[in-house]
Write a protein that binds this ligand. Structure first.
Ligand SMILES: [Zn+2]
Ligand SMILES: [Zn+2]
Length: 359
């Protein structure tokens, strides 16, 4: 539904990246008027993610002194934030189905619509992405412009904070677990890394697979929490006997989701993999991993990477959460103006669960 909207009356308040490796600054501009199929969303919540730290730095650390520069294609000032939930403020004349006032989560991994990945409905893998908070202005703001209403997902009766976090951490966990579903039908799967995303992965594994998964983490408290949440067994990969214990107990695993993505976790994951098994890597911790090349053939081993998930998968995640199949991470809310201190706390490892900014 289109109605007259006076952009001059509304200001877009943003906590913007104005320089890399520098604190966010408040910038205020006129709110854009949505054209065509665009929808203007008034943001209620935006989660703070580790990727935001990398975007603020302008690079990903790849291990050693290697860096992946991620500054290309982004004009400053730029607004970070991709775990967005809000309310439709107004929509362009071609935004069919966008009702002003509707509460929605925003799928942020928006593609160009034309490349091979987009045509295969994998906009998260687009070669010319418009990913919100990564390539296009995102959610550390009062409003965000979304190109089409198909990216907006009803989430009631979930909380807006939970709905927002499902668009990145929840989606990432779900997409990884889905990619070992065929292996889970054969035998045990293992979740490596029990941070927020890994714990969501555990919840999805419990919802999707007949057998509860094994888990591994170097932190005893996290292993304990995972066992309480239904993990079949927990292992400490820093314990020299862990591999042997796991192999004795299970004979090896058919699938692994590595939510850490480091040399050590990939060494552990591949060392406990049975022939024909698959490792899905989602974590971005860094470091370099080596394996004898012959092991790929000898173990018929697959190592696959994932990057967030598709729009269809985002809708599946919301449905599973609505069905009560996955609990929210511990969420603490802070005002938008506190975005930089939230990023600082995340960087310093002082955040348990997720910080969500309120607009
Ligand atoms: Zn994220
Ligand atoms: Zn594309």
């Amino acid at each position: 539904m289109h109605y007259h909207y006076d952009a001059r009356m509304t200001k877009l308040r943003r906590l913007s990246l104005t320089a890399y490796e520098a604190p966010l600054c408040e910038t205020i501009v006129d709110c854009p008027e949505p054209k065509g199929s665009e929808v203007l969303v008034r943001i209620e919540r935006c989660g703070v993610c580790h990727s935001d730290l990398h975007m603020q730095d302008g690079y990903f650390a790849l291990g050693g002194d290697k860096r992946l520069d991620v500054r290309a294609g982004r004009n400053l000032p730029f607004t970070l934030g991709h775990e967005i939930a809000g309310v439709i403020e107004c929509a362009g004349p071609d935004a069919t189905g966008a009702k002003a006032g509707a509460k929605i989560a925003v799928y942020p991994w928006i593609g160009c619509g034309a490349c091979a990945a987009c045509r295969a409905n994998e906009e998260n893998l687009c070669t010319a992405p418009r990913h919100l908070g990564i390539n296009a202005d995102g959610g550390f703001a009062s409003h965000v412009l979304v190109p089409h209403p198909r990216y907006l997902i009803d989430y009631a009766p979930l909380s807006p904070s939970f709905a927002g976090t499902l668009m990145c951490s929840g989606l990432t966990a779900y997409a990884a677990l889905k990619r070992v579903a065929d292996r889970a039908a054969r035998g045990p799967v293992l979740i490596v890394g029990l941070g927020g995303v890994g714990m969501m992965g555990l919840a999805f594994a419990r919802a999707l697979f007949a057998q509860p998964p094994l888990v591994a983490d170097i932190d005893a408290g996290k292993r304990e929490a995972a066992l309480k949440a239904g993990a079949a067994a927990a292992f400490d990969p820093s314990d020299a006997g862990a591999r042997k214990a796991l192999m004795t107990q299970t004979g090896g695993v058919h699938g692994v989701c590595d939510f850490v993505g480091s040399e050590r976790t990939l060494q552990f994951a591949t060392s406990v993999l049975i022939r024909g098994g698959k490792v899905v890597v989602t974590g971005l911790l860094g470091g370099a991993f080596t394996t004898p090349a012959a092991m790929f053939a000898l173990k018929a081993m697959t190592i696959e990477g994932t990057l967030t998930g598709t729009l269809a998968e985002a809708r599946e995640v919301i449905e599973l959460a609505r069905a009560g199949k996955v609990a929210a991470l511990p969420i603490s809310e802070r005002p938008l103006a506190a975005a930089q201190s939230a990023l600082d706390d995340l960087r310093a490892g002082r955040i348990v669960g997720r910080v969500v900014l309120t607009s």
